[in-house]
Design a protein around this ligand. Sequence first.
Ligand SMILES: [Zn+2]
Length: 254
Amino acid sequence: MKVVRRGDEGMPLAQCRAPDCDATKLCKAHIIPQGFARPLSEADGHNKAVRAGGAKPANQPLGPFDLNILCSECDGKLGVFDEYAINFCGSLPASSAAPTGSLYRQSEFNGAIFARAMLAILWRASISVREEWIEITLGRYESIIGNILFGLSNLPDFPEIEIALLRYASADHDARRFIFNPFRIRSGNLNVFSMGLGGFQVLAKIDQRPFHKEMRPYIVNASTSLIVPHVRFEETAEYAFFQSAAQADRRRKA
Ligand SMILES: [Zn+2]
């Protein structure tokens, strides 16, 4: 539910959307933490925002933010999860040309924090009323995930919420360079959100039913090491989208 209070002038007066916070002085809250975009910027260039109509220099190069969702204190609490995920992804080598299905391993990994960082992205997208996030709504899980993120509920009590990872592999692209905003996919009958960042495809299942058997070993909610399959970037829906955007670009320039 999007809560908007009205001030004296009839202007919307937004309130922090974190549970139990009534602050009305809100901050510039990034939906996808800017740290995922920053190391990818070319020294002399722009990050690309990839959209169906073609790639163009991002007008908010460090990613879209929302001025109406969080106070700086609550934004900072989620920032602890964000920082961990940014530092973890930033410490990994460039994506390799490993074949789909071969395993990617990292021994030092805190899945509980990484999973919360991914949920924080979805939750911020869900509470945002900005046009680009309209498709991302968590429904009744919006408040459940908000409570998990702010320490009022425990993630292990909600088996409906599971995060699985795949590592992008490519001979031609360093897939760490691409950020794909979350979108809802239908995986069989399951309600799953997919996003791409830090060289990973992130699958977030928000559904009573379990992940497919093949995906279950790659759920990271409580992992203390990372063992996930490679997926060829060129075989993913994200790549098809990236290509159609590039084609639209070429058509426009022709
Ligand atoms: Zn707050």
